[in-house]
Design a protein around this ligand. Structure first.
Ligand code: CUA
Length: 329
């Protein structure tokens, strides 16, 4: 197929338009850090555009002005060096780079991690292959896939890894910070708006890297307190026979080797804490809706090849496990 303008133009236009209104659009910031970073981006782009247009404009202007004209066979005037010009075109780029350097230092200082003694809410984020664990040490909450924070507040984030290098990224709230085994990296998050913002692992970390997602749920102070209270509550004891059967499998059986349910003997730490699993919207590293829990338990390797969950349950057992898990809200 010949690639003419009529073929290429709609594709380019489509690509251009698809950049708008993306849930991970870092040029549509909703937090202090992302705002600063977007501001710096636009400044750099504007300066680059001015330089580009200036240089290209001069090239065009000179090429047109000094083009060979009809009947003009003489050699052009030869110019050897021009001190003022050379000083000028050395000084201007140095000046521009110094301005950029100063602006960048300013933004880096403005978004730098706060001191460890600051009194804000602290969340420890643990990168796992391939899901995110969120611990609130001061609140006694351990959850996964969904990071809840109160609107307006600065939240200190401690980043640690359980295995390989990951990178924690919520484009609309803050830039990336690497999550490195054996070390704690610090950053902070702040959102000036309630809502849900998509986050993503941004460092290749193995087979399911692309499915290592999460969501940041920004809530009003009151909604956040409600969430905290619900997460701190102990899960109810199983009531029906089916829930009892599920309880036996999850708490006494195979699931407890990897998962924790607060207030029970299930204390595994390889997989996500299940205490309030059905209060969350997603499972499996934020990549599968909670509504597909039954398919997930049936064939976790088929849904997310290579993940740590290897389990073989009969259909009756899956029904019982689902009945019990459904009480963990
Ligand atoms: Cu974790 Cu990529």
């Amino acid at each position: 197929m010949k690639l003419g303008f009529k073929t290429v133009a709609p594709v380019l236009l489509g690509l251009l338009v698809s950049g708008c209104s993306s849930p991970q659009d870092l040029l549509a910031p909703h937090g202090y850090i992302a705002g600063k970073e977007a501001w710096l981006f636009w400044i750099v782009l504007a300066m680059g555009a001015v330089v580009f247009l200036g240089v290209e404009g001069l090239i065009l202007f000179i090429a047109l002005r000094d083009r060979r004209r009809k009947g003009d066979l003489a050699e052009p005037k030869q110019v050897y060096g021009n001190r003022s010009l050379e000083i000028l075109w050395t000084a201007i780029p140095i000046g521009l780079v110094l301005i950029l350097f100063g602006l960048t230092l300013g933004v880096m200082a403005a978004v730098a991690p706060p001191s460890p003694s600051a009194g804000d809410l602290t969340v420890q984020v643990v990168g796992h292959q391939w899901w995110w664990e969120f611990d609130y040490p001061s609140l006694g909450i351990v959850t996964a896939n969904e990071l809840h924070i109160p609107v307006g507040e600065s939240v200190r984030v401690q980043l640690v890894s359980a295995d390989v290098i990951h990178s924690f990224w919520v484009p609309q709230l803050a830039g990336k910070t690497d999550v490195i085994p054996g070390q704690t990296n610090l950053m902070w998050l702040q959102s000036n708006q309630t809502g849900t913002f998509d986050g993503q692992c941004a460092e290749f970390c193995g087979l399911q890297h692309a499915h290592m997602r999460f969501q940041v749920v920004v809530q009003s102070a009151q909604d956040f307190q409600t969430w905290v209270a619900a997460q701190q509550a102990s899960p109810p004891a199983p009531q029906t026979d089916l829930e009892q059967q599920g309880y036996q499998i999850v708490i006494k059986g195979v699931c407890s080797g990897c998962h924790t349910v607060n207030g029970t003997t299930a204390r595994g730490t390889i997989g996500p804490n299940l205490t309030h699993v059905f209060s969350r919207q997603t499972i499996a590293g934020g990549s599968i809706p909670i509504g597909q829990m039954s398919e997930w338990i049936e064939d976790p390797q088929g849904m997310l090849p290579g993940n740590d969950m290897v389990i073989h349950l009969s259909n009756d057992e899956i029904t019982a496990v689902l009945a019990y898990l459904d009480t963990l809200k």
